[in-house]
Ligand binder design. Structure first.
Ligand code: G3P
Length: 222
């Protein structure tokens, strides 16, 4: 994985599921070719096989969540080793819409992902939580996202620039992505200037009339 990184979380937006997920992944590949910058996507578990299988060689594909269940009697669990086998590069964990909560369980899942060869991006709601997770489990990256700004029109870069600085200070240089409301190259520019190594975003791309254009604009801030 090269840095800086723009990681798009497809969530369960209809524009980013099934066939639309394929289309959106192709748009990311196109943007990567045009700009030469690093993009990655986090897709629904239902789309992992298709998207990671088809595009995983060109575009890093992440699971939006994985569990600590192992093979066997673990109904409904998403198993990290299987995610890796499907061609995924990494896993997003502890997103504020899919909190793991329990620190011990989070540590176990991070360990499983690491052993399976998945890159781990753990979400945190503030700098303290991010620092605690980094200190305990050393995931590859922490994505700091203030929950109240997620899915909104005001970005973390414009509303909470001090949070970005504080996160980098507490969590570490080269370890912090930021997200929530990120939509423009200017949002990315501020985040990078304050020490982030990239952004995690969703609605700015998934709800855009022209996602390709948004991706190119985001890159202008790198
Ligand atoms: O995972 C990304 C995310 O929670 C931010 O969402 O829609 O504010 O970019 P959004």
């Amino acid at each position: 994985m090269r840095f800086p990184l723009i990681l798009t979380n497809f969530k369960n937006y209809p524009s980013a599921l099934g066939e639309s997920a394929e289309h959106l992944a192709e748009i990311h590949i196109q943007a990567m070719k045009i700009t030469g910058k690093q993009f990655a996507v986090a897709v629904s578990a239902l789309d992992l096989r298709n998207i990671a299988g088809r595009f995983g060689n060109e575009l890093p594909v992440f699971a939006q969540h994985v569990d600590d269940g192992g093979y066997g009697s673990t109904t409904g669990k998403i198993i990290p080793e299987e995610v890796k086998k499907l061609g995924a590069s990494g896993a997003l964990l502890n997103h504020s819409e899919c909190r793991i909560g329990d620190m011990e369980r989070l540590g176990k899942i991070i360990g499983r992902c690491r052993d399976a060869g998945l890159m781990v991006v753990v979400c945190a709601e503030d700098a303290e939580e991010g620092a605690q997770i980094m200190e305990k489990f050393s995931p590859d990256l922490i994505a700091v996202e203030p929950p109240e700004l997620i899915g909104g029109d005001i970005s973390v870069s414009s509303a909470r620039p001090e949070l970005i600085e504080e996160s980098v200070k507490k969590i570490g240089t080269g370890k912090v992505l930021v997200g929530a409301g990120v939509k423009t190259g200017e949002d990315v520019r501020i985040a990078m200037e304050l020490g982030a190594v990239g952004v995690l975003l969703a609605s700015g791309v998934t709800k855009a009339a022209d996602p390709g254009r948004v991706l190119e604009d985001l890159v202008s801030g790198l």
